[in-house]
Design a protein around this ligand. Structure first.
Ligand SMILES: [Zn+2]
Length: 665
């Protein structure tokens, strides 16, 4: 041993030895003990474009703790790593790259552009894996999977085929978050809410009966008036009772629309009367569905007003607001304009305002799938458990209010939807199984004029299959046979231990954990993909603020490990992981834990030197002959035994922070 603790001089060497010796390899062609006592952790696949950040370092530290602990307890443990193709993130990045070369995605065409992304992936895609290695992660790299690998594609095609032919995948109109910057629908996660200073325009809607009576509606978006299909009031609002059953005239259009009653309307908000524009507002869309209203569209995918906006057609919607307000004023319909601050959704990647738009998308029907997720977590002795337990509430809320899942994205990078449109009969052909080749003729009319759907699947779709695709499903592989858990969603846990742990960030409980549970349970005859879910907190700076480049408070894990070693960083993150919903990373604590490791190093050196002096050649178990030990030795051994028990019980309860404190004290 070196005389001083210098982690950078030995950490990489030790890791190399571990990997070469197969210390991280799980056993699959097994029987007896290795089959009966297995433990699986599927690593949340980091984005292939990703660079290691503290969030990764935290999950690596926690998952590695459990993987190594289970191995020490004699479990045949598989910690399965991989990476995610990260649809939008990757496409946008390579798009910028080709633009800097004076060309564009569209000029290159789909095939050439996708090839460019693959080239990028081959060259740079492994960065994050190497960084995860440098943290000492004991995962089984031989089984590493990428979400666009053939193995993953097979799972995607098979699942799509089954869901489609079982009537659980359908195409339909839906209001989506449309990014005109990316020209695709984006998920709620990719929408950033920012406060804006806007205005409430109080607009007069005259009654259609010619009485001269009117209702006033307050709106922040007068440019959507052209697509109004109703005005809604609360059924018990006394002010509007005289208007029940009547029609109003939509300003600037002359169209007559009904006054409808809906208790979604907040009597206290605005004027108490809402204009209903299902084509451009998520809540209005829901009201429109409830009342069977038609949907009109006035803003196109390019963000401009269309022909129903009359003289305003062709203007960028957001820029037309002032002009439209002026016109309303000229018509005597603008009662007043008042300042109003509210939150507006922006596209995280391009910074454009997200427009709720109605378009034809692919959906998964979620109700029956979600019911299983609810059953799985219900009751004292539920098969599926959450650590910390309070996340169960979010779980139930999400699944009790489940919406159908929009799985199509207008991108090129991803799993292309395995469905073909017939030019002749306009029907859709979907292969029956992953084993079938792409169809050459329409399954309905036999026409050869088939075109594959241009959309790709939401990245979360392949991530949702991750626990089974990584094990080789839909094929019956030894991996699946050995490691896939056996507990069904409707079983009681009883005294059964979890055979698989899902450890991930609490921020993706609904986006990811929910999809894995619903999809995998469906395809694996009701068996859950994991029984324990450990949700870690978000890493923040020492003041509890989100780390961001603009704030300049980002702590790079690689800088830390270079200076203090991976162990110091891992210990710090584990020690802080019990703080609740945030992990506030205090670098002073890190220095303290680094000193602790230094002490361990020196103590080990001292012990080894003593043993050498006394001529002890090899390690002997002191417990074999405790009678020969003196009082101090026996006291030390009993302290050690107590600590071991405490650590085991803390880890069983998913409290790695408490386990560490037991060792630290
Ligand atoms: Zn056809």
């Amino acid at each position: 041993m070196d005389s001083s603790y210098n982690p950078s001089s030995f950490e990489p060497k030790i890791y190399e030895k571990w990997e070469e010796s197969g210390a991280f390899a799980a056993k699959t062609e097994v029987s007896g003990h290795d089959k009966a006592k297995t433990f699986l952790i599927t690593m949340p696949p980091p984005n292939v474009t990703g660079v290691l950040h503290m969030g990764h370092a935290l999950f690596v530290s926690i998952q590695d703790t459990f993987a190594r602990w289970k191995r020490m307890q004699g479990y045949n443990t598989l910690w399965l790593p991989g990476s995610d193709h990260a649809g939008i993130a990757t496409q946008v990045m390579v798009e910028r790259q080709v633009e800097s070369e004076g060309t564009s995605r569209v000029k290159l065409g789909r095939e050439a552009f996708v090839k460019r992304i693959w080239e990028w992936k081959e060259e740079y895609g492994g960065t994050i894996q190497d960084q995860i290695r440098s943290l000492g992660a004991s995962c089984d790299w031989d089984r590493e999977l990428f979400t666009l690998d053939d193995k993953s594609s097979r799972a995607v095609r098979e699942s799509f085929a089954r869901l489609y032919h079982d009537g659980l995948i359908y195409r339909g109109e839906r209001i989506v978050n449309w990014s005109s910057g990316l020209q695709t629908a984006i998920s709620d996660l990719e929408v950033e809410q920012r406060p804006v200073q806007g205005a409430f325009y109080h607009v007069k809607y005259l009654l259609a009966d010619g009485s001269g009576d009117s209702l006033t509606v307050a709106t922040t978006r007068p440019e959507t008036i052209f697509a109004d299909v109703a005005v809604a009031v609360h059924p018990e609002d006394e002010r509007f009772k005289k208007f029940h059953g009547k029609d109003v005239i939509v300003p600037l259009t002359g169209r007559h629309v009904p006054i409808i009653l809906d208790d979604y309307v907040d009597k206290e908000f605005g004027t108490g009367a809402l204009k209903i524009t299902p084509g451009h507002d998520v809540n209005d869309w829901a009201i429109g569905q409830r009342h069977g209203l038609t949907t009109l569209t006035t803003i196109g995918k390019d963000g401009k007003l269309n022909e129903i906006a009359g003289e305003f057609a062709g203007m960028v919607a957001a820029h037309s607001r002032k002009r439209i307000a002026e016109k309303l004023k000229a018509d005597g319909l603008l009662v007043k304009e008042e300042k109003h601050n509210y939150e507006l959704g922006y596209c995280q990647r391009t910074g454009v305002v997200v427009e709720p738009l109605v378009s034809i998308q692919w959906f998964v029907k979620m109700k029956t799938l979600a019911d299983k997720a609810i059953t799985a977590a219900s009751g004292e002795d539920a098969a599926l458990r959450f650590y910390p337990d309070y996340w169960k509430k979010t779980w139930f809320e999400w699944h009790n209010n489940i919406q159908d899942w929009c799985i199509s994205r207008q991108l090129w990078w991803g799993h292309r939807i395995p469905a073909w449109h017939c030019a002749k009969c306009e029907k859709i052909t979907v292969p029956k199984s992953y084993k079938d080749a792409d169809p050459s003729v329409c399954s309905h009319c036999g026409s050869p004029s088939l075109n594959q759907d241009p959309d790709v699947l939401d990245t979360w779709y392949s991530s949702g299959l991750w626990p089974i695709s990584t094990l080789g499903w839909p094929e019956k592989t030894p991996e699946l046979e050995t490691f896939y858990p056996t507990l069904r969603f409707d079983e009681a846990r009883g005294g059964k231990e979890a055979r698989a742990l899902m450890e991930t960030g609490s921020d993706i409980l609904t986006f990811w954990v929910s999809r894995m549970v619903t999809m995998c349970t469906h395809f694996m005859d009701g068996k859950l993909p994991f029984e324990d879910v450990y949700l870690h907190a978000m890493v923040r700076d020492e003041k509890g603020q989100k780390m961001s480049k603009t704030k300049g408070n980002v702590v790079d894990p690689l800088d830390v490990t270079e200076k203090h070693g991976a162990d110091a960083l891992r210990l710090t993150l584990i020690a802080l992981s019990g703080q609740g919903r945030n992990v506030n990373l205090d670098l002073k604590r890190l220095e303290g834990y680094s000193a602790f490791i230094n002490k361990l190093w020196n103590a080990s050196r001292f012990a080894l030197m003593q043993l050498e002096e006394k001529g002890v050649k090899s390690y002997q178990d002191p417990l074999k002959d405790t009678g020969s030990l003196d009082f101090v030795d026996r006291w030390l051994l009993s302290e050690l035994e107590a600590t071991v028990q405490k650590v085991n019980s803390d880890l069983t309860n998913y409290r790695p922070d408490a386990a560490f404190q037991a060792i630290y004290q």
